[in-house]
Design a protein around this ligand. Structure first.
Ligand code: FAD
Length: 289
């Protein structure tokens, strides 16, 4: 319950935050909504000497459209994601997913950027970002760079983020109007991390799937982009045999932990069930049903 002592910093620009993070290296951590980091500090599983609070940096906030992309600032909260008219119109799967994350208090503080940067396989936004083929903007002492969400996650709490770097924003390509989407999450109760969850975005040409992308949450040490399962459904009408084949292809890439949510075998099976449900729901939505 009691965190270790630390120095608190409140920079007002990205440059200042990056300079602080670079100066203190592994001893410093960015503080965003604090709803993953502070619980870890209270358990002394994280004992940073320096917290670099991102709350007073205006450049990290907000949601805007930039050509064919939507750009979400790192410290935008889950509550702001849910309340955004722009996202509701262009990327409704964002709010659908955010509503299944944690609870109202946590969504009021917890940030979109903290969720994707964190590296906890339980977080829901990372797989969604892989599904949407989002790109992460990182700022560091040597300048800025971008990393695709599909390349960012290397293991539980291991990501492409280098010491001294900050996730500043996420760029998400906007799927075509009328696309189908679904985030299906199996969990034991409100605020639980997924036993298994699946994100799906697809488009139709007539009654046939023209494009599809599937990703999985919390069934491996990282989020998973299910490329083979996605490819399988393209050109089909998502009949029962295709749904089963896609579910089987998705299950094949999982490597779930056995924990209080069930055995690895059960969670793998549930990943397949979530994929089939998400595909079917996305199809119904694309058809306007
Ligand atoms: C009871 C409970 C239930 C929850 N349930 C869910 C759930 O179902 N699904 C889910 O997805 N999440 C869940 N969460 C996690 C919650 O969504 C977190 O708030 C979120 O994962 C982290 O966001 P944050 O803004 O709070 O980040 P913080 O806790 O401030 O930071 C998390 C980590 O990311 C780093 N970080 C933060 N921002 C940046 C940045 N811009 N650049 C680089 N590094 C950064 C921090 O240094 C830290 O290591 C739950 C949390 C709690 C307490």
């Amino acid at each position: 319950m009691i965190p270790g002592p630390f120095h608190y910093h409140r920079p007002t620009s990205v440059a200042e935050a990056v300079a602080l993070l670079a100066a203190h290296g592994d001893d410093a951590r960015p503080l965003a909504g604090g709803h993953s980091l502070i619980p870890m500090m209270k358990l002394r599983m994280a004992v940073p000497d320096h917290l670099v609070d991102l709350a007073a940096i205006p450049d990290l906030k907000g949601i805007c459209e930039d050509g064919d992309r939507i750009v979400i600032g790192a410290t935008t909260t889950q509550r702001e994601v849910i309340g955004s008219d722009l996202l509701a119109a262009r990327l409704p799967i964002l709010a659908e997913t955010a509503r299944q994350i944690a609870d109202p208090q946590i969504r009021t503080k917890g940030t979109f950027g903290g969720n994707v940067a964190n590296g906890d396989p339980g977080n829901d936004m990372p797989a969604l970002m892989q599904c949407l083929d989002a790109v992460y903007r990182l700022a560091g002492p040597d300048g800025s760079r971008t990393v695709p969400a599909r390349d960012y996650y290397q293991g539980a709490y291991f990501t492409a983020l280098e010491p001294g770097e900050l996730l500043t924003a996420v760029e998400i390509p906007v799927p075509p109007a009328g696309h189908g989407y679904a985030y299906e999450k199996l969990k034991r109760k409100v605020g639980d991390y997924a036993t298994a969850a699946a994100a799906v975005v697809l488009t139709l040409d007539g009654g046939t799937v023209a494009t599809a992308s599937i990703a999985l949450t919390n069934v491996a040490s990282t989020p998973l982009h299910a490329a083979a399962a996605s490819a399988l459904v393209i050109g089909t009408g998502l009949d029962a045999a295709t749904l089963k084949a896609a579910a089987d292809a998705a299950k094949a890439i999982t490597d779930p932990a056995t924990d209080g949510r069930g055995t690895a075998e059960y969670r793998r099976e549930m990943a397949g069930v979530m994929v089939a449900r998400a595909l079917a729901k996305a199809m119904r939505r694309a058809k306007g049903a």
